[in-house]
Design a protein around this ligand. Structure first.
Ligand code: SAM
Length: 236
């Protein structure tokens, strides 16, 4: 599990491979992901590389991510959004990603779990355009974009799972997804370590949810602490 890996000093940003920067390439992507404990199949790596190239190409004028260095993008976006598989033995078949932004965690999650039927929910026009482009260019199936804000009324289709990363307080998201999530459906919140404070005052039962599990871990060989909180909607 991630926690067994040693910590990296905070100021040592690129300790890999004798201090050398990694050349952005599919081989470099593989090397960096493996360094952070993620082993992907060749086809998945190639799809992730194609996504990365689109992200870089469109980042300047579409404000998609504030991260720049290849190593940092791999660590904080791609490794982060694929390592969560370790904590979820089986994902729900029909899911939404609320507040997808440039596609996190939705796109990497879909690439490593192609069977999930996923809707990326994102209201900002430039990001909607980018997400649709990614789906088209990568030829992805079973994924679409809901180009509106998720509110308690806007989602009109039932889902079995909801995921979000770096979005908002859990207590603000629960009322938004309450109607769309089927009883027994699960909500996955990708958070930082500060979620401990949030959990101290959260009463999921007020929204018809119960806590299933919480996982605190570090992206292997990084300084990045993460948490995954899993809630389940109670039967009505
Ligand atoms: C901080 S960004 C996080 C993006 C992405 N999840 C990530 O981890 O990089 C939050 C995103 O949520 C979107 N957003 C804001 N309110 C929303 C709502 N009610 N429903 C869906 N998306 C929303 C914003 O447009 C923005 O792209």
């Amino acid at each position: 599990m991630p926690s067994k890996f040693s910590k990296r000093p905070v100021n040592q940003v690129f300790p890999l491979f004798n201090g050398k920067r990694t050349v952005p390439s599919v081989a470099g992507l593989k090397q960096l992901l493996e360094y952070h404990g993620v082993d992907l199949q060749k086809e998945t790596l190639e799809q992730l590389w194609a996504y990365h190239q689109l992200l870089r190409e469109h980042n300047k004028d579409q404000d998609l991510t504030r991260l720049n260095a290849f190593e940092t993008i791999v660590e904080r976006h791609y490794a982060d959004c694929t390592l969560i598989n370790a904590y979820v033995p089986e994902w729900p078949k029909r899911m939404i990603d609320v507040g997808s932004g440039a596609g996190f965690p939705g796109i990497p999650l879909k690439l490593v779990n192609p069977d999930i039927r996923l809707t990326l929910c994102e209201p900002r026009p430039n990001r909607i355009e980018f997400l649709n482009l990614v789906i088209q260019e990568l030829g992805l199936k079973g994924i679409d974009v809901f180009g509106h804000k998720v509110t308690s009324r806007s989602l009109t289709f039932p889902v079995q799972g909801v995921i979000s990363r770096a979005f908002e307080l859990i207590e603000l998201t629960l009322p938004r997804i309450q109607k769309a999530l089927v009883p027994g459906g699960r909500a996955y919140f990708m958070k930082g370590p500060a979620v401990k404070d949030e959990l101290a005052t959260l009463h999921p039962e007020d929204y018809g949810f119960k806590l299933v599990s919480k996982h605190f871990y570090r992206i292997p060989r990084s300084t990045q602490d993460r948490a995954l909180v899993i809630l389940e909607k109670e039967q009505e």
